[in-house]
Design a protein around this ligand. Structure first.
Ligand code: ZN
Length: 374
């Protein structure tokens, strides 16, 4: 039963003493039942609120109602009680706050005998792994690794690679252009690079011949995604420039690289092709490393090579003298130097190597797929 301030009938010292003891008993009892801050606020308001708090009622019901001869006595008593109530309310707050700190400490306690948290180890993405394998083959041959921006200018992506403006060769690469570039001169307009070849020009601008570089990187084309196409994919490209570089150097280098990548029994084969920045140009085939060149897997036809026993693996050729003209001032006089270049799609090689049947699996981030390469 909650305490109510009684109207006093007996204002004698003995009467006051009894009423005060009753009040203090109620105060103690209520204070001891306060368990948290919300309860404490209710408790505080009950005793100290200006309107209808116990202290206010003491003033009204005891002091103001006291007969003149008892006023002094009652006033002193009410003041004493006021001090007691205030002290008790304050102490109750400390008690609940102390309790809260205690339980927080308990909750944050560290059991140092428990084993540590093991973070799951990540794995190298199969495409990046393939990229790195290709790069390391060429690094072993003395090639250095170069990289360049993915957002490129028209100049580096096309013009300096012997794709003149309006030339139909540009149609071979369905390009993603950056919007709002119309006010710029065509060569300064930005696009997402369609191949890693702009890095060839960028490197020849800053490094003099002889040069041997390998360029891994991400490229974009406006190809709708399907099992064998992705608007974003990866290339590795290489460039060697020196005096007296011939097609024999190209063949020897790439044949060695393919044997390093796919095994020493792999054979290579070149057939004529076209790229604007190489002349002559070729596509290189390797014997299918899935069926060993037989075109069959047991009784079944070999799908990756379409039963031909050969897989087209990269494009290559001798650097077109027109390309050297763009970097002639840095020592690349086409009359004095020659070179070869090659490029391959890392995603395609990863697909063949790991027997993946959908390129989208590489990029949609499904951990169940990626975990296989841990
Ligand atoms: Zn095959």
């Amino acid at each position: 039963m909650a305490y109510n301030v009684p109207k006093l009938a007996d204002f004698s010292p003995a009467g006051l003493e009894t009423a005060a003891r009753e009040l203090l008993g109620a105060l103690e009892a209520e204070a001891s039942s306060v368990g948290n801050e919300t309860e404490w606020k209710v408790f505080r308001d009950r005793w100290m609120a200006r309107k209808n708090g116990v202290l206010t009622l003491l003033n009204d019901l005891w002091l103001k109602a006291a007969p003149p001869e008892s006023k002094r006595e009652v006033g002193q008593r009410v003041n004493q009680l006021k001090t007691r109530v205030e002290g008790c309310v304050e102490a109750a707050l400390k008690k609940v706050q102390g309790g809260a700190v205690g339980s927080q400490l308990l909750a944050e306690r560290v059991d140092i005998t428990l084993p540590g948290i093991r973070r799951p180890r990540g794995a190298e993405h199969p495409v990046i792994k393939t990229l790195n394998e290709i790069v390391s083959v060429f690094r072993d041959l003395g090639y250095s690794v170069e990289q360049g921006p993915v957002v490129e200018t028209d100049y580096y992506n096309f013009e300096a690679l012997n794709f003149p403006p309006h030339h139909p060769a540009r149609d071979m690469q369905d390009t993603l252009f950056i919007a709002g570039q119309g006010a710029k001169a065509q060569r300064d307009r930005l696009l997402l690079r369609t191949h890693t070849s702009p890095v060839q020009i960028r490197t020849m601008e800053k490094m003099k011949p002889p040069l041997r570089i390998v360029i891994p990187g991400k490229v974009h084309r406006n190809d709708p995604p399907d099992a064998s196409h992705s608007p974003m994919f990866h290339q590795v490209e290489g460039l060697a420039v020196d005096t007296n570089i011939t097609f024999a150097d190209l063949k020897g280098t790439l044949d060695h690289a393919m044997k390093s990548l796919f095994g020493s029994s792999v054979k290579t084969h070149f057939r004529p092709s076209f790229f604007p920045f190489t002349e002559p140009s070729a596509e290189m085939m390797v014997t299918c490393f899935i069926c060993g060149g037989s075109g069959r897997r047991g009784a079944d036809p070999c799908r990756p090579c379409k039963t031909t026993g050969w897989i087209e693996i990269l494009g290559c050729g001798m650097v077109d003298p027109n390309v050297f003209e763009f970097v002639k001032d840095n020592g690349y006089d086409p009359k004095k130097v020659s070179g070869f270049a090659f490029g391959m799609g890392a995603d395609r090689i990863a697909i063949l190597k790991y027997g993946v049947d959908d390129i989208q699996l590489f990029f949609n981030g499904d951990v169940r797929f990626l975990e296989q390469w841990r």
